[in-house]
Design a binder for this molecule. Structure first.
Ligand code: IPM
Ligand code: MG
Length: 358
C-alpha cells in the first residue's frame, strides 16, 4: 500500500527527531512492502519566520489531503513575545480545528527497563501502570468565546473564556474511550468538576448514558482535583481516563511525568474518519536543539500509533514498539535517560539501534 504523510518538523528539536522517525517508517516500508511518501510543510515558529504567520492555508491543505500528519514540536523562546494570535501554539490549535482532531490519545506507561527513572516510590508503583488519557481536543474553554470586558464592579479589565461542551462532542469522545477500554482493561474513569461546573454536569450525564452501550466496561467518575491526587497516590488504579480539553491538558502532563520518561511518550489526535496527527507529547526543547542529543523515541512511537490507528497496520506497529523496548532492555539510552557517568547515544545513534532491531 501507498501512504501519503504530511510532515511538520516544526521548531527546536523537531527536525532532528522527526528525521529519525521518517527513517524508521522507511525501514518498515522496506520490510513489510509499503510505500510511505513524505511531504514536508512548515508550521509554528519556522512558519512565522518564513511566512509571518504560524499556520498557512497551504500547510492546512497539504495536511488535509494527506493520509496522516507527523509532527515534531512547535514553539520556543524566540517567539515568546509575538502577539497571541500569532504564537506558534496557534499552529497546533489551528491544525486540530481544521482537521477536526477531536480525540487526543496519550498513553502513559512505565517501561520496566526505566523503572528507576520513575519519580514515585516502588512500593506505590507496584507492578507499574499503563494508562491512556483520552482527551477531548476541539471543544471546551480552548475554543469557547475569548475576550476582555470592563468589570461592572469597577475592578478593571476582566478576561473571560467561555467553557462549554455539547452533548454531541461528549458522546463521540466517550465512545472513543469506551472502545479503547474494551481492548484494554475494560475500565473508564471520566474526569470532570461536576460539583461546580454545569459543563461538567452535562459531561457526566452524557458519559453515564453512553456507558450503557458498553456494559462490559466499568465506568467511574472522578473530580479533577481528586484525579490529580490519585495519579500520584495510586496510578495503577487507572486504565482509560476520559476528560475534557483543559483537564486533559493538565492530567496528561502529570501522567507523563510519573512515567519518569517524558521523552518516550507518543500521542495521536484523531478525527471522525480515523485520520490523525501524530506527535511526541514533549515540546521543542530549545535548550538542546541542534545538538543531536534529543531522544527520538517518542516520535518513533508516534509513528507506531499512526500505523495502528490510521492505517490499521498493527503488526508493523508492534514491530516498532518491540524494537524500542529491545533497545531499552539492551541498555541503550539517550542523554535524558542515561544515569550519571553512563554513555549516552545521540539522536541518530538511537534511531539506528531501533532500525537495526527491526
Ligand atoms: C498540548 C499543549 C497545547 C495544548 C498548547 C501548546 C496549545 O500543551 O498539546 O498539550 O494546550 O493543547
Ligand atoms: Mg499540554
Amino acid at each position: 500500500m501507498k501512504y501519503q504523510i504530511a510532515v511538520v518538523k516544526g521548531d527546536g528539536i523537531g527536525p532532528e527527531i522527526v528525521s529519525e522517525a521518517m527513517l524508521v517508517l522507511e525501514k518498515i516500508g522496506e520490510k513489510f512492502g509499503h510505500e510511505f511518501s513524505f511531504q514536508e510543510v512548515l508550521a509554528g515558529g519556522c512558519s512565522i519566520d518564513a511566512n509571518g504567520i504560524p499556520l498557512t492555508e497551504e500547510t492546512i491543505e497539504v495536511c488535509k489531503a494527506a493520509d496522516s500528519v507527523l509532527l515534531g514540536a512547535v514553539g520556543g523562546p524566540k517567539w515568546d513575545n509575538v502577539p497571541s494570535e500569532k504564537r506558534p501554539e496557534k499552529a497546533l490549535l489551528g491544525l486540530r480545528a481544521a482537521l477536526g482532531l477531536f480525540a487526543n490519545i496519550r498513553p502513559a506507561m512505565m517501561y520496566k527497563a526505566l523503572a528507576e527513572a520513575c519519580p514515585i516510590k516502588p512500593e506505590i508503583i507496584g507492578d507499574g501502570f499503563d494508562i491512556v488519557v483520552c482527551r477531548e481536543l476541539t471543544g471546551d474553554v480552548y475554543f469557547g468565546e475569548h475576550g476582555r470586558r470592563e468589570s461592572d464592579k469597577g475592578w478593571g479589565v476582566v478576561g473571560y473564556d467561555d467553557m462549554n461542551y455539547s452533548v454531541y462532542e461528549i458522546e463521540r469522545i466517550a465512545r472513543r474511550a469506551f472502545e479503547m477500554a474494551r481492548v484494554r482493561s475494560k475500565k473508564v474513569t471520566s474526569v470532570d468538576k461536576a460539583n461546580v461546573l454545569e459543563t461538567s454536569r452535562v459531561w457526566r450525564e452524557t458519559v453515564t448514558r453512553i456507558a450503557a452501550e458498553y456494559p462490559d466496561v466499568e465506568l467511574n467518575h472522578m473530580y479533577v482535583d481528586n484525579a490529580a491526587m490519585q495519579l500520584v497516590r495510586n496510578p495503577g488504579q487507572f486504565d482509560v481516563i476520559v476528560t475534557g480539553n483543559l483537564f486533559g491538558d493538565i492530567l496528561s502532563d502529570e501522567a507523563s511525568m510519573i512515567t519518569g520518561s517524558i521523552g518516550m511518550l507518543p500521542s495521536a489526535s484523531l478525527n471522525e474518519s480515523g485520520r490523525g496527527m501524530y506527535e511526541p507529547i514533549h515540546g521543542s526543547a530549545p535548550d538542546i536543539a541542534g545538538k543531536g542529543i534529543a531522544n527520538p523515541i517518542a516520535t518513533i512511537l508516534s509513528c507506531a500509533m499512526m500505523l495502528r490507528y490510521s492505517f490499521g497496520l498493527s503488526a508493523e506497529a508492534d514491530a516498532i514498539e518491540a524494537s524500542v523496548e529491545k533497545a531499552l532492555n539492551d541498555g541503550y539510552r539517550t542523554a535524558d535517560l542515561a544515569a550519571k557517568g553512563e554513555k549516552a547515544l545521540s539522536t541518530h545513534e538511537m534511531g539506528e539501534i531501533i532500525r537495526g532491531n527491526l
